[in-house]
Design a protein around this ligand. Sequence first.
Ligand SMILES: [Mg+2]
Length: 262
Amino acid sequence: MKNLKELTTHSISLIFCDIDDTISHNGKIHANAYNALWKLFESGFTLVPVTGRPAGWCELIARFWPVHGVIGENGGFYFRHASGTMKRFYFQSVEERESNQKKLAEVRDKILMDVPGAAVASDQFCRQLDLAIDFCEDVDPLPASDIDKIVDHFHSAGAIAKVSSIHVNGWFGDHDKFKMVKTYCENELSLTWENANSKAVFIGDSPNDEPMFENFKLSVAVENISEFKERLTHLPKYICNEKGGDGFTEFANTLIASKKEN
Ligand SMILES: [Mg+2]
């Protein structure tokens, strides 16, 4: 990973970004990072957060934040609020989502029995597609061996599982964040992935961002990626000096400055 200072490209106009521990910092979005979102928007960048956070949160983000749209629940859907209308796009039908929720309830019960200290994430009631198990947001941090156990439970049920900085998210279906990024580019930006990739950057912080680190020509992580380096096969190209929202602010300032130079 190169230091962000070495980033010299001037061709970026499209930003996909993780939220937790990338824009947020110690569980809050601080003024500098929220301001950075607005500065990017006002500088003409197209911004699309890509998150494991639930549908209920994404409804607010799409409506209130200075974003083009938002991809939520690890790529299960995107929401876009444009011209006074909320568009909600899902890979799965309503029936598929309902049937998958029943299967996830069985996995949930097994995890809670087998991993003391783990809990269903407090934002689960806002979710439509996945099950989020908290290992350090509202519970005392669990050791890596317990995180692995949670992941194993999802896998043995035939579900996908991804580890973020706070939750293990599991779901049935073959979607992931990157698949939905490509669909978003085609549906909402009228861009093939090849064309989008030549002007896009992704910024994230943890293993559940790996499909993006692998597929974006240009990818960045905030400094806290260092904690997860051993879990990653595909590292981002650049790393910020600062953690979380401070790193995101550093990233935003770098992009805005390089745009002005051009
Ligand atoms: Mg994150």
